[in-house]
Design a protein around this ligand. Structure first.
Ligand SMILES: Cc1cc2nc3c(=O)[nH]c(=O)nc-3n(C[C@H](O)[C@H](O)[C@H](O)COP(=O)(O)OP(=O)(O)OC[C@H]3O[C@@H](n4cnc5c(N)ncnc54)[C@H](O)[C@@H]3O)c2cc1C
Length: 264
């Protein structure tokens, strides 16, 4: 399936919103999950084959030219207008997906598979805990937006500074805490420390924690080890790994996740 870029908006210095339409989006089957994501195939700038392409064919072109698969959350799907919105984190000029979004102009095309997903806020619990970095903002926003009056969500998001914050809308009660790396001597521990210092509310809760692998792992260790959270009924997983391209990360991810089981 492919879609065409309709417009591109820089919503913070580190986040680019791309709205897609056309292409095969009339066949897009949205899921019930608020963390649903697509697997996009990002064509390297030096490759000159058009989108859409035959995936099996272009995969044989070698590392320089083959499209790079990357997962991105569906920030919004407009069923009526058949429009898809994705928020891309800009992390310098490295990688394929981030730079693709930086270069994107109306008319560009992106091939993808999906969507798939696995989490929506559990309507049975008393409150919801969300924590993550910029890559989790789309999933957190979509999840929190889906909650109605009477729900309560507690959200921790780590960004560089206040310029990287975005409005988050919901009818639910929202306790939102932005954490700033620029103010910290140990930015990678910000999420863990914020959650550790938080007085957990009374009652049952569910958890959505996503972002950098090492940071997510530390938080998982705390929640499962010290708060007796059941990892099976929580949505906790790494979205990316520092100093690893997505290819390098996928190579070690299985082993890393298995090793994580020994944390507790
Ligand atoms: C289910 C799922 C949903 C996701 N949803 C989103 C989303 O909605 N928006 C989004 O932006 N990302 C999202 N991500 C994360 C995204 O897929 C990764 O960040 C991906 O590695 C980006 O690919 P790239 O080609 O830009 O960089 P890569 O080629 O993978 O990496 C190049 C370098 O950049 C570093 N890097 C990668 N991502 C970041 C980052 N966010 N911040 C700082 N450095 C980074 C890597 O460690 C590496 O050193 C999601 C991931 C998953 C698994």
């Amino acid at each position: 399936m492919f879609a065409e870029v309709l417009d591109v908006e820089r919503i913070t210095p580190g986040l680019i919103r791309v709205r897609f339409g056309g292409g095969d989006l009339h066949e897009f089957e949205s899921t019930e999950y608020t963390d649903q994501y697509i697997n996009g195939y990002f064509v390297p700038p030096d490759a000159n084959y058009p989108v859409p392409f035959d995936l099996d064919e272009v995969r044989t072109l070698g590392d320089e030219l083959r499209p790079r698969p990357r997962r991105f959350t569906v920030r919004k799907w407009d069923e009526e207008a058949k429009k898809l919105t994705i928020d891309f984190v800009i992390h310098g000029d490295v990688g394929f997906a981030g730079p693709w979004a930086k270069r994107a102009v109306p008319g560009d095309k992106l091939q993808f598979k999906g969507p798939n997903g696995s989490y929506s806020p559990n309507p049975e619990v008393d409150w919801h805990l969300f924590a993550g970095d910029e890559t989790a903002i789309p999933g957190i926003s979509a999840s929190v937006e889906s909650l109605g009056a009477g729900s309560h969500c507690v959200v921790f998001i780590v960004v560089d500074n206040h310029e990287f914050e975005i409005p988050i809308h919901t009818d639910a009660t929202l306790d939102l805490k932005w954490l700033h790396r620029d103010d910290s001597t140990d930015p990678s521990s910000l999420l863990l420390e914020a959650v550790r210092n938080f007085d957990f509310l009374e009652g049952t809760y569910d958890v959505f924690v996503h972002g950098e692998a090492g940071e997510v792992r530390e938080l998982r260790k705390y929640l499962v080890g010290e708060k007796s959270l059941n990892p099976e009924t929580s949505s906790i997983s790494p979205y990316w790994r520092r100093n690893h391209t997505d290819e390098a990360w996928r190579k070690v991810k299985k082993e890393w996740l298995a090793d994580q089981e020994n944390d507790i």
